[in-house]
Design a protein around this ligand. Structure first.
Ligand SMILES: NC(=O)c1ccc[n+]([C@@H]2O[C@H](COP(=O)([O-])OP(=O)(O)OC[C@H]3O[C@@H](n4cnc5c(N)ncnc54)[C@H](O)[C@@H]3O)[C@@H](O)[C@H]2O)c1
Length: 292
């Protein structure tokens, strides 16, 4: 692959798809954002525009650059409009059948050399790729949340991923400004294998009264050099998402360190999901997930 802009289609305009669309458009790629309804597509486009506008206010982009980013992004609700995509990044619900069906449909729309990337957190890349007639061009690319701010992407090949697709994916991630680490197609890849048990142990420390939300966060930022503590991070991720990822990994790995602590379920029942509901471990006036 070269550094010339490509056409990148992002499927799913939720938390991750909107963030990934902001990454692609921000890196000068022609970006198509697809979701099932116009409302969801518009919500994703609004997110990207808001993110870009904020970057102008923060002096990270000029107004002209912001306009260029905005004009490189289009939203669609017809999958057929993805025909020109060089790269497709799938970021739909964490449901194996939904992802497999989507990849099967894409076979009839995009070219045989189009890279198909899945952003799954907990499912098998191999199992998702089995939905495609050409599993050799399917690669796992796990972006971190929030995608526009976090540099790292984990890359995991499926059992049938071809070396050309692996190499082209590494090259592509480099051109959009991401740092990649190569891992295996195993539950949780590298990061969630230790992040989830670690977050759970912080929640258990809170439950047992070892510290407060503030003191545990302060200990982690002060001593370990993390940019934010576990509770600030969990408020961005969302308790519902944390529960789902933790439970799916627990089911696959049968390791009790992955099982979500009871406090997670109580917070979900109370609607305290984190920033998106205005209250999680902390309270927020602004439910926007993050700044530019
Ligand atoms: N949220 C995170 O922190 C995080 C981090 C890394 C990876 N992931 C993974 O990213 C993926 C998306 O997660 P999310 O948190 O953005 O979910 P989300 O619920 O915020 O968004 C999912 C979007 O997919 C859309 N969608 C569902 N089925 C579709 C279909 N058939 N075609 C088109 N669009 C469809 C939905 O309308 C929704 O807008 C999941 O696989 C998840 O495991 C999430």
């Amino acid at each position: 692959m070269t550094d010339t802009p490509r056409t990148v289609a992002v499927i799913g305009a939720g938390t991750m798809g909107s963030g990934i669309a902001a990454v692609m458009a921000g890196a000068g790629q022609r970006t198509i954002l697809y979701d099932l309804t116009e409302d969801r597509v518009q919500r994703g486009i609004d997110f990207v525009h808001g993110f870009v506008d904020k970057s102008v206010r923060l002096g990270k982009r000029t107004a002209d650059q912001a306009e260029a980013v905005k004009s490189s992004l289009v939203g669609v609700t017809d999958l057929g409009e993805l025909a020109s995509a060089d790269v497709v990044v799938e970021a739909v619900f964490e449901d194996l059948q939904v992802k497999k069906d989507l990849f099967a449909q894409l076979d009839d729309i995009v070219s045989d050399r189009t890279l198909l990337h899945t952003n799954t957190s907990t499912l098998s890349v191999t199992a998702i790729a089995a939905g495609s007639r050409l599993p050799e061009r399917v690669v796992g690319t796990h972006y971190c949340n929030p995608a526009p701010l976090m540099k790292l992407v984990e890359l995991a090949d499926g059992r049938h991923t071809a070396s050309w697709a692996h190499d082209a994916t590494l090259d592509f991630l480099r051109t959009i400004g991401k740092t990649s680490v190569v891992t295996k197609d195993r539950p949780g890849f590298i990061l969630n294998r230790f992040l989830i048990p670690w977050e759970n142990s912080c929640i258990r420390a809170l439950e047992s009264g070892l510290g407060t939300v503030e003191s545990i966060d302060a200990a982690v930022t002060g001593a370990l050099g993390h940019p934010m503590g576990p509770f600030r991070l969990l408020d961005i991720v969302g308790m519902d998402v944390h529960w789902q990822v933790a439970m799916r990994l627990y089911e696959q790995l049968r390791d009790p360190r992955f099982a979500p602590p009871p406090m997670v379920e109580r917070m979900i029942a109370a609607g305290d999901l984190g920033r998106k509901t205005g209250r999680g471990f902390y309270t927020y006036d602004d439910t926007a997930l993050f700044g530019a």
